[in-house]
Write a protein that binds this ligand. Structure first.
Ligand SMILES: O=C(O)CNC(=O)[C@H](CS)NC(=O)CCC(=O)C(=O)O
Length: 289
């Protein structure tokens, strides 16, 4: 085990970072509502805004294309899945950027449920990685709201992928509630991840105390950048989300925070910073388990 880790850290890490460049990434923040077309229009505007500021890697939050009652999401499942996938391919090609669609429903053939799916697409419109959320949010939040994600969503059965982009670095996927499970991110960093995506629709109630702390923890303990696109404001009925889409560096420093209004958090992703932090704090090399 120890020998394996040493070889891993000596050979793999510098090799990957050699070809990686510095570039701007964007975490988009939006207020998605129960209206597919409205949401795609809002997402397009914000992608445009991010790209005009120079972003080359753009993340959209969980539920970016539809956020509403579970039954409405199921009823429109096929339409949402198709329109969202087409939209992501079109945006990536039109704006010539790599885009993460941070979580949208794709119907499962067998049982009437959906997978909560994240999709990473490059500027040629090619699919780079796909992930089906494994941890489902079945929680009674103390503000009185009850969430039973598993009533409509099938849990994914596979650990999330890391896509190794020669230029953008090794990009690991996750979705929202996953952020509470550090072992998932350890899996990603064991695969060599440099960047952890955490697209979310965090509740306002849990978000105010947990969101930033959890994100900084995942960044610090894995010495990785964290890019966390977010939902914000009132999405439907009494459903309030926390906002604060952010980008965090591998030391845990918050580089950009979108606040509470729709917009984008933009920051530079630098291989030199990854190397510096991993030299200053070589905790990944000290893994025992
Ligand atoms: O609610 C909806 O309308 C759609 N679903 C979501 O936004 C998902 C699944 S219910 N939300 C989360 O995972 C929040 C996690 C969270 O807030 C925490 O871990 O504290």
């Amino acid at each position: 085990m120890r020998i394996y880790l040493d070889i891993y850290n000596c050979l793999n890490l510098p090799f990957v970072l050699e070809s990686m460049k510095s570039y701007l990434a964007a975490a988009i923040q939006m207020t998605s509502v129960p209206d597919l077309q409205k949401n795609l229009a809002q997402a397009e505007e914000l992608i445009d805004l991010a790209v005009r500021q120079g972003a080359e890697l753009v993340g959209l939050p969980e539920n970016f294309s539809f956020m509403g009652e579970e039954k409405d999401k199921l009823a429109q499942g096929d339409a949402i899945a198709q329109a969202t996938e087409t939209f992501l391919h079109k945006m990536a090609q039109r704006f010539q950027v790599t885009i993460l669609g941070g979580g949208f429903p794709i119907p499962v053939d067998s049982n009437g449920k959906v997978y909560n799916t994240a999709l990473l697409i490059n500027a040629n419109g090619q699919e780079l990685a796909r992930y089906q959320k494994v941890h489902l949010f079945d929680v009674n939040v103390p503000d009185g709201n009850t969430y039973q994600e598993s009533s409509t969503v099938m849990a994914g059965l596979e650990l999330p992928p890391v896509y190794a982009s020669p230029e953008l670095g090794k990009i690991g996927l996750s979705i929202c509630y996953d952020v509470r499970f550090p072992e998932l991110y350890r899996h990603l960093s064991n695969q060599g991840a440099d960047i952890l995506f955490v697209p979310a629709a965090f509740t306002a109630f849990t978000g105010k105390d947990h969101w930033q702390v959890l994100l900084q923890s995942r960044a610090i303990e894995n010495t990785c950048y964290v890019i966390a696109p977010a939902q914000t404001g009132t999405n439907y009925d009494r459903r309030q989300t926390h906002g604060h889409a952010m980008i965090i560096d591998p030391w845990g420093v918050i580089l950009a925070d979108a606040g509470e209004k729709p917009g984008v958090a933009i920051a530079e992703i630098k291989p030199t910073r990854l190397e510096q932090v991993r030299r200053q704090m070589p905790s990944l090399q000290h893994r025992v388990f």
